[in-house]
Design a protein around this ligand. Structure first.
Ligand code: PBG
Length: 330
């Protein structure tokens, strides 16, 4: 029997490490990663989140120690989530000048100045006693436009405290426009908005809701977050946010939505972020703890897949631990 194999041999380009690097299409950099942090009103708190090993609820001093570790890993950008002293029906801690996030932002900006880029998550679910992302009517419905008024106050208050960028995550119609108007009117026209433009009603947020105790007291978030089955609707959401002045677009979660990341990347010309969410982190950590997978290798593979799918930036709980393993843009 004679063989006539094709002269095309893709394996030629895989023969050595140097050659493989020469033809590598996607490279993760430490500058691509944004590290989430949970700041608690409790002084001295340093509590590891059970479902998120290596991630902590931190008091203000501890937050600064953690920021030192993040910077030491070569990661200079963080996004903050707050645990307020008290929750109420509207989440008024979010626009208080002495609110937990305002205190954290001020603290970090005073300590690090331009060395650390501080993004604030703009939402209500961590701050309301019912755990929904805004103002809720007596019958349990989330009220869109009254929530916009509060979102405006929250965004301005974060920017007043020194936030470098604000990131609305509530999936409230008109949120980007309302915030842009509020920020511009308050002298913050240079503060960019990274919109959680395409956010699905996902079961991957479970560990995060443990971390900030924000599981809805009744119902779920399906009247505002998107149906995981929908792709075209993601493009509607993204284009509305572009019209309203979003500076960056986010898709969340990342792993189960890489097709959506690709689609948003291809259709829009703004930077695209993907959120490698808490449940994605927890799955890797849990399997690695059992010795079933190599956690670090799997994490790098996942983050690479997100970048390959088109994400320019990735919010990830792995950022602190993997940052020093990644090359820098210099
Ligand atoms: C809302 C918000 C959530 C996450 C980020 N911002 C939770 C939610 O929508 O229920 C989830 C992040 C994660 O799971 O890592 N403020």
């Amino acid at each position: 029997m004679s063989l006539h194999p094709s002269p095309r041999r893709p394996r030629r380009l895989r023969a050595s490490p140097v050659l493989r690097k020469l033809v590598r299409e996607t490279t993760l950099h430490r500058e691509d990663l944004i590290m989430p942090m949970f700041v608690s009103h409790v002084d001295g708190q340093n509590a590891e989140i059970a479902s998120m090993p290596g991630i902590f609820q931190l008091g203000l001093d501890e937050l600064q120690h953690e920021a030192d570790a993040i910077l030491a890993a070569g990661v200079s950008q963080v996004i903050l989530f707050g645990l307020p002293p008290q929750k109420d029906p509207v989440g008024s801690d979010t626009w208080s000048d002495t609110g937990i996030l305002q205190r954290a932002i001020r603290r970090l900006k005073q300590a690090y100045g331009d060395e650390l880029f501080v993004i604030s998550d703009v939402c209500f679910c961590e701050y309301t006693d019912h755990g929904h992302c805004g103002v809720v009517a007596a019958d349990g419905r989330l009220l869109n436009d009254p929530t916009l008024v509060n979102l405006q106050k929250q965004a301005v208050s974060h920017a007043d405290a020194g936030a470098d960028m604000v990131a609305p995550s509530g999936m409230i119609d008109g949120m980007v426009g309302a915030m842009r108007e509020g920020l511009d009117g308050a002298g913050h026209s240079d503060t960019p908005i990274m919109s959680y433009a395409v956010k699905y009603a996902s079961s991957f947020y479970g560990p995060f809701r443990d971390a900030v105790d924000s599981a809805p007291a009744f119902g779920d978030r399906r009247t505002y977050q998107m149906d995981p089955a929908n792709r075209r609707e993601a493009l509607v959401e993204a284009s509305l946010d572009v019209e309203q002045g979003a500076d960056l677009l986010m898709v969340k979660p990342a792993l189960a939505y890489l097709d959506v990341v690709r689609e948003v990347r291809d259709r829009f010309d703004l930077p695209v972020a993907a959120y490698n969410v808490s449940g994605e982190y927890a799955m890797v950590k849990a399997a690695a703890a059992k010795g079933w997978i190599d956690g670090e290798a799997v994490a790098l593979e996942l983050l690479t897949s997100m970048k390959r799918a088109g994400a320019d930036l990735i919010l990830s709980y792995f950022a602190r631990d993997l940052g020093s393993r990644l090359p820098s843009l210099g």
